[in-house]
Design a protein. Structure first.
Lengths: 520, 227
């Protein structure tokens, strides 16, 4: 039962703030205008009616008293008297009726009036001052006045003679005045309501503008512009809200700034450390061959130590190089140097150069061309295949295909699948984390621990995605998806159009030779 | 064996690379600054210059430009990856190739060999001099002349032009050119090709901005002609 009002409240709540404000304003205006009009109408109406009726009653009574003494109850004489009374009507014409026992005489053609009620007849007989009644018949308002004719007798005072005179007066003019009042009240209230709309809209606007401003600022902050502030004007509650918003935004910005600075410091430190390590490593790496070659001639312990140093120097060089690479991604300094390549050929070379072609089976259809950074794409494929060979089991399969994305873009899809035990579900979300070790007991693998993280960054740089899953037959599957035309909107690439739109119109175009551009 | 001049400011890199190359039979002279290197150049007469890009005082790019003013000596830059801007500038200045540090001696030596080999590849079974438009290409004498005037081409430019003119009108992708001209076995940096083409055009084209000899095939690579 009480679901209905709740629903209505909810429906009102779904209206906008502006609508609700305007409705409330109009409601208040309507109620006040209505009340004022009703009260005014009532007062004015009674003033009009009462003044007419008082005049009529007083005047009729006075006429009756003046003329009554010469009363013989003779119909002809009475009729003449009634005519005299009728001619002295005030303020409007009236018709006079006389009733005495069964005698009915009137100043009109009909001897009696249907407007006179039995109630009036009764009170007129018993009340010496007479009485009156307002009667509406067939939509026409009448004032009916009944006055008894009295005889003055000495000693007793006045006595009713039994003769009662009635006056019936039409009140049409008064009714017209009252109707005019109603029309005036209505005509005044309606424009009033319309005018009330203006302050309602202005008030709604004055509330809504700060609210809109707040919403815009909040959205802008949400999209990362933390320096967004609202202009505070006035000192009302909305201004307070705006001020609070600004203060919170300031604190948020400060915290984020501090976090970012801390992060930037950490990244710069990692980058600096790698840089500093690289120079001594460059010298060390250049002489590892000398160590390897001469180790045979040394005594066994020294030889082992020398070979250890040589091998670890190589690993250290890889690690430092990977750290530098990650630092460049973090600093957004990684550059994409794209070239239009045959993807099957590119993957084939990656496998060939690392002597993996016998250990990896491939499904590489010819004729798929894509805009890639060949060096970075080589790293991506090499990392994934190397990872599969190291942590999964052979056979490892590399599949190449294309597909059309939901937004119509053509994607290059490369799948690297192994036949190992697959990736544990709890490891899967972290597989691309830096230095993440699936097995805590395993201390160090052949890789730097950054391989998959670098892979992910490289794929992202191409505007693509990479994800890991477990295949239907077990074994881990890594899937790369990269836009065939290169990352959209990417402007580097020697000034070439990276969106790939020029591929269809490949041809000699010496007038627009991008290779002439300055490298800056 | 090749005579290598190494200009490198860091003592450990200088010593390590020198030691590694010397073990492989190279005759190595080192210099710690660009100025000292330029001085050693005249007296040592190296076959190849191994040039660090980041040098105190006169930097590697400036040294490279100075050398190119009057010499077509093969130049390989030593650089750290990430110094991408410097690599491009260095290539524009006339370097033939670059090596990212840290590198094993075998990698350094392979690049040195590749750069030097391109000077020793005479064409066989071809006419001594081919004419392409105003260009005269002498494969045996390894000279290129334009309208009778001999052009001074750096080793990589010479090798690129010879490679493209062996098959006029055939399109070569950048990766193919990197493999054949620069002998990069891994996926190389296509900017090497672009920079070399730019330098070559500046020397052989009448109007480098609307090239006639070395044309770009958008999305595919480069070709020589058609004239």
């Amino acid at each position: 039962m009480n679901a209905a009002p709740t629903r209505r409240v909810r429906r009102i709540a779904t209206f906008g703030l502006r609508t609700r404000l305007v409705l409330a304003f109009l409601l208040v205006a309507a109620v006040s205008a209505g009340t004022t009009a009703a009260l005014t109408y009532r007062e004015a109406r009674s003033a009009v009616l009462v003044s007419a009726q008082d005049t009529a009653v007083a005047s009729f009574r006075e006429q009756v008293q003046t003329l009554a003494p010469s009363l013989p109850v003779d119909p002809e004489t009475l009729r003449e008297l009634l005519f005299v009374l009728a001619s002295k009507a005030k303020p409007h014409p009236w018709i006079v009726f006389a009733e005495y026992g069964s005698l009915r005489v009137s100043s009109s053609t009909r001897p009696t009036s249907s407007v006179i009620t039995p109630e009036l007849r009764r009170t007129a007989l018993t009340t010496s001052h007479g009485s009156f009644q307002r009667v509406v018949k067939n939509g026409v308002p009448y004032l009916t006045i009944g006055v008894p004719v009295l005889t003055r007798t000495s000693g007793v005072g006045t006595l009713p003679t039994g003769l009662v005179l009635f006056a019936v007066m039409q009140m049409s003019e008064e009714q017209a005045n009252v109707d005019a009042l109603v029309t005036a009240a209505r005509d005044g209230a309606l424009p009033g309501l319309a005018i009330a709309l203006v302050p309602a809209l202005i008030a709604a606007r004055s509330v809504l503008r700060p609210v809109r401003e707040l919403r815009r600022a909040a959205r802008s902050m949400g999209s990362g512009r933390l320096d967004e502030r609202i202009k505070v004007s006035g000192s009302d509650e909305l201004a307070d809200l705006a001020r609070t918003f600004n203060e919170s935004a300031g604190q948020l910005e400060k915290s984020v700034d501090e976090l970012q600075q801390a992060e930037a410091r950490a990244r710069r430190f990692a980058s600096d450390v790698s840089h500093e390590l690289r120079t001594p490593l460059a010298g060390m790496l250049a002489v590892t061959e000398v160590l390897d070659e001469d180790a045979d001639g040394l005594d066994p312990d020294t030889a082992r130590a020398v070979r250890l140093i040589s091998a670890e120097t190589g690993k250290l060089a890889v690690l430092v190089e990977d750290l530098m690479e990650i630092s460049r991604f973090d600093a957004r300094a990684a550059e994409l140097n794209t070239d239009e390549v045959d993807v099957a050929e590119t993957i084939g070379k990656t496998l060939l150069h690392r002597r993996w072609e016998d250990r990896v089976s491939t499904e590489l259809p010819d004729g798929i061309r894509a805009r890639l950074d060949p060096r970075r794409f080589d790293i991506v494929v090499a990392n994934l295949v190397g990872n599969a060979l190291r942590h999964g089991s052979e056979p490892v399969t590399v599949r190449l295909r294309t597909r059309t994305a939901a937004d119509g873009a053509s994607l290059l899809v490369v799948e690297v699948a192994d036949s190992g035990p697959g990736i544990r579900p709890d490891v899967l979300p972290h597989i691309f984390d830096r230095f993440y070790k699936a097995d805590a007991a395993r201390t160090r693998s052949a890789g730097s621990g950054l391989g998959l993280a670098i892979t992910q960054e490289n794929v992202r740089l191409h505007g693509g995605t990479v994800h890991a899953e477990n295949g239907p037959d077990g074994g881990a599957v890594f899937v790369i998806e990269i836009p065939l035309g290169g990352p959209t909107g990417y402007e580097r690439d020697n000034g070439r159009n990276a969106s790939g739109t020029d591929e269809a119109t490949a041809g000699v175009d010496p007038s627009r030779d991008d290779t002439e551009r300055a490298p800056a | 064996m090749p005579r290598v001049l190494l200009i490198e400011d860091d003592p450990s890199v200088r010593e390590g690379v020198e030691l590694g190359l010397r073990r492989r039979g190279h005759v190595v002279r080192t210099a710690a600054t660009g100025e000292a290197g330029l001085a050693a150049l005249r007296e040592f007469r190296p076959d190849l210059l191994l040039l660090d890009l980041m040098l105190p005082g006169m930097n590697g790019v400036q040294v490279c430009r100075r050398v190119r003013e009057d010499s077509q000596l093969p130049i390989i830059m030593l650089t750290a990856r990430g110094d991408d801007f410097d690599v491009v500038i260095g290539l524009e200045a006339g370097a033939d190739d670059y090596i990212v540090k840290p590198a094993r001696t075998e990698v350094i030596e392979a690049r040195i060999r590749a750069v030097l080999r391109r000077m020793e590849t005479p064409g066989s079974g071809r006419p001594a001099v081919e004419f392409h438009g105003d260009l005269a290409v002498d494969r045996a004498g390894l000279t290129i002349a334009k309208s009778g005037e001999r052009l001074a081409l750096a080793p990589s430019e010479m090798r690129l032009l010879l490679h493209l003119t062996t098959a006029p009108e055939q399109v070569f992708s950048r990766q193919q050119l990197l493999e054949h001209v620069w002998e990069h076995s891994y996926h190389g940096d296509s900017r090497l090709v672009d920079a070399c083409v730019r330098r070559l055009r500046n020397k052989i084209e009448d109007n480098p901005s609307s090239p006639r000899y070395i044309q770009t095939l958008r999305g595919f690579g480069y070709r020589f002609g058609p004239l």
